[in-house]
Design a protein around this ligand. Structure first.
Ligand SMILES: Nc1ncnc2c1ncn2[C@@H]1O[C@H](COP(=O)(O)OP(=O)(O)OP(=O)(O)O)[C@@H](O)[C@H]1O
Ligand SMILES: [Mg+2]
Length: 346
């Protein structure tokens, strides 16, 4: 399903928080791209900047945070003069968080779902009212048409009795149903990119599996790309086309899912993979946790951000030099000095 044409390219993105105590470099040079129709999973430990990367794309970073540099290039297909479609590229990083352009893109071309449905659903309006509003905001339709489309979208996400549920308030729905309603809201305008920030972490395993199946089914039907943020490498193995591994505000390794699982190169990726339970392992086998703590975000280590925990660090080098991205296979990139040409660095 994944095709080669680019939908979004994030280049050297930096989003920092300017606090009295100092600057938190939450995202500090992130690069990745997502092609039309594919699923990119973003993985990494808590605090590495996954959510802030997603929020930067949507231009919903809360102050005192802001994008300080980099590009977020969205490739769009728009109607050309001669009737066909032409490609147009817009840099979302350059748009103001309240600009007319970003408001026309947010929710329409790029939509986001959150771990906690109540962050995107208002408790005081019915779900039908909220989804219809999203539809009328971006499309020229009457109220009655919007309501009909809302019911159809609720049906699409598998909400039982959508013609009745459309008039429910979020608190009248179960957690799984609320998640479906939130997905319906995100899908109501047929986005080209759906950003899902740990959308199933709060659900029980059965509901989680149902929601994942639902998202993949809808992806196939609607042809949208998904950027899926998760801690769960089992989910990654199940749904990803490609994977980006983040550590302290940087993508340290990226590649197709098969390569990342079978030939991980970065010591951090390897450590992450060692930390998942093995089928057939000894029952009381201890999981390998990654040695050491994630450094304090105010004081990022110099050089490679992972060197303070890395078992393969090169003395005198990794604590000084920030590794460049190195391509080591088709679509497989790693930021690690073990794979850099050290002649260049010295
Ligand atoms: N509003 C804020 N003010 C200051 N720092 C913030 C703010 N929001 C996030 N951060 C910091 O930015 C860094 C990245 O946070 P982010 O939420 O992107 O992490 P994450 O990878 O999504 O983690 P998790 O897996 O726990 O959701 C963290 O160090 C966090 O403390
Ligand atoms: Mg997060």
């Amino acid at each position: 399903m994944a095709s080669d044409d680019k939908l979004i390219e994030v280049k050297n993105l930096k989003t920092h928080f300017f606090l009295d105590q100092g600057v938190v470099k939450a995202v500090d040079g992130v690069d990745f791209e997502i092609r039309r129709g594919e699923t990119l999973c973003i993985v990494g430990e808590s605090g590495c900047g996954k959510s802030i990367t997603a929020r930067s794309i949507m231009q919903i970073v809360d102050p005192p945070g802001r994008i300080v540099s980099g590009e977020i290039l969205l490739h769009r297909r728009i109607a050309g003069d001669s009737g066909g479609q032409v490609e147009d590229v817009i840099d979302l990083a350059k748009l103001g968080p309240n600009s007319r352009e970003i408001r026309s893109i947010r929710g329409k071309e790029v939509a986001m779902i959150f771990q906690e449905p109540m962050t995107s659903l208002s408790p005081v309006h019915t779900i039908g009212h909220q989804i219809s509003q999203a539809i009328t905001l971006h499309n020229k339709v009457t109220k009655a048409e919007a309501r009909q489309q809302t019911i159809e979208t609720l049906r699409l996400v598998g909400l039982p009795k959508p013609e009745l549920r459309v008039d429910s308030y979020p608190f009248q729905l179960s957690g799984g149903m609320r998640q479906r309603a939130m997905i319906a809201m995100a899908l109501s305008c047929h986005p080209n990119l759906l950003i899902a920030d740990e959308p199933t972490t709060a659900l029980d395993v059965t509901t989680q599996a149902q929601i994942l199946d639902l998202m993949l089914g809808l992806q196939e039907k609607l042809g949208m790309a998904i950027m899926f943020i998760t801690h769960d490498l089992g989910v990654v193995a199940e749904i990803a086309d490609r994977v980006a591994v983040m550590y302290l505000g940087l993508v340290v390794e990226s590649g197709d899912v098969y390569t990342i699982f079978s030939e991980p190169k970065h010591p951090y990726t390897r450590a992450l993979l060692r930390s998942i339970p093995q089928v057939g392992g000894k029952v009381r086998q201890r999981l390998d946790s990654i040695r050491g703590m994630v450094p304090d975000p105010y004081n990022r280590p110099q050089g490679c951000p992972f060197h303070t925990r890395c078992t393969e660090k090169i003395a005198g080098l990794c604590n000084r030099v920030l590794p460049e991205r190195v391509t080591i296979g088709e679509g497989h990139e790693v930021r690690c000095l073990l794979y850099s040409d050290r002649g260049d660095i010295a």
